[in-house]
Design a protein around this ligand. Structure first.
Ligand code: NAD
Length: 343
């Protein structure tokens, strides 16, 4: 059975969605329409992919009656567009972050539950083959207990983003992956943020997350670094994995802790340098795997891998990071004022 799919938003990420849908092919997913308020974006996308374009997504939904709608509009528009679609009982693949505020995210989930529509969130790194391989090894106990995760997601500022800061736009990826790999909820957060280039929002965040199982996650995310870095390291009892999200490479640095009684190394008891191995990863485009997952969820009536609940959990944590940073700013201002008063 082929599912009818429509895409709302044919901007930078929307073009990737449309391309992947075309690659999947009509037998499984038939692209019935795309909608965008920008005539230029619409013309470009419908010309390139030979699909009918609509300036009004409501009209597109009426005319095409899709089974699945993919929402790829700016984050500030997620709620308005996704709630319209979910309220009609149509399945939604919604780009990350679910929304920019928890209240609207909960409302989306309520619509999905009410109408029985599936809501999948586009936390695409879940489908990065490097993460799939690391998760498989963690579950097999190859790292032993996890101690610490460290994420670095750095790069230049993308001019098209004006509605959210780097925490909602990028750190959501890392928070989602940390929750997934540790298989635990966050209990404590701390963050420092900076606004250097962005007009409205923060463009750098350094955060610390403590999970319920005592794993600690640290993250460094910014739009300030003139080269793109997407890395994650996971340190545990038996060594460390280092993931490069961009190349989908995974390296394992073995902790050779059973190696020797040699006196000179006794001070390193518990941890010592072992072999470094580049692990075999079956490379593939994450967005393609994300679609396979969502289409299968609809076909087999099961939950998508990244649910609306996951989207809300991530959003809550990012808002806690924002609150922590804001509290730090207030405390700093308070301390500085106190210093002035003291003379
Ligand atoms: N998963 C990922 O790795 C990833 C990467 C990039 C962006 N995204 C997400 O995708 C979404 C879009 O980001 P982008 O970079 O493509 O932005 P963009 O600005 O390039 O594209 C957004 C498009 O939506 C259109 N649009 C705005 N309001 C609309 C409306 N009411 N109806 C129809 N179209 C409308 C705009 O005209 C534009 O063409 C964001 O939520 C972003 O967080 C996810």
């Amino acid at each position: 059975m082929s599912l009818k799919v429509a895409v709302i938003g044919a901007g930078s990420m929307g073009m990737n969605h449309i391309r992947v849908l075309r690659e999947i092919g009509d037998e499984r997913a038939r692209l019935v329409g795309i909608a965008d308020v920008s005539a230029a974006h619409l013309q470009h996308a419908s010309g390139r992919f030979h699909v009918k374009g609509y300036s009004d997504y409501r009209q597109m939904i009426d005319y095409t009656s899709p089974d699945l709608v993919v929402v790829v509009v700016p984050t500030a528009m997620h709620y308005e567009v996704a709630s319209y679609v979910l309220a009609r009982g149509i399945h939604v693949l919604l780009e990350k972050p679910i929304t920019d505020n928890v209240q609207e995210a909960q409302q989306l989930l309520a619509w999905a539950h009410h109408t029985g529509a599936k809501l999948a969130i586009g936390h695409i790194e879940r489908f990065n083959p490097a993460i799939i391989e690391v998760k498989r090894r963690l579950m097999a106990g190859e790292l032993g207990r996890i101690f610490h995760l460290n994420a670095r997601r750095l790069g230049p500022f993308p001019n098209r983003i004006s509605d959210v800061g780097v925490s909602l736009d990028l750190a959501t990826h890392d928070v989602d992956i940390m929750r997934y790999l540790t298989d635990a909820e966050v209990q404590q957060v701390f963050a420092v943020m900076q606004q250097r280039v962005h007009q409205q929002c923060e463009d750098a965040v350094q955060g610390v997350l403590r999970f319920a199982n005592n794993v600690v996650g640290t993250l460094e995310v910014n739009w300030l670094t003139p080269t793109k870095v997407r890395e994650l390291s996971i340190t545990g009892e038996k060594g460390m994995y280092v993931v490069n999200y961009l190349t989908q490479d995974v390296y394992f640095y073995q902790n050779d802790y059973t190696v020797t009684n040699w006196d000179a190394l006794s001070s390193l008891k518990g941890v010592s340098e072992g072999t470094m191995t580049r692990l075999k990863v079956q490379k593939a485009e994450p967005l393609r795997l994300e679609y396979e997952d969502v289409l299968t969820a609809i076909e087999q009536d099961k939950s998508p891998t990244v649910s609306g609940e996951d989207g809300i959990a991530v959003l809550r944590i990012v808002h806690q990071l924002l609150a922590s940073a804001q509290e730090g700013q207030h405390r700093k201002a308070w301390d500085e004022a106190a210093l002035v008063v003291q003379g």
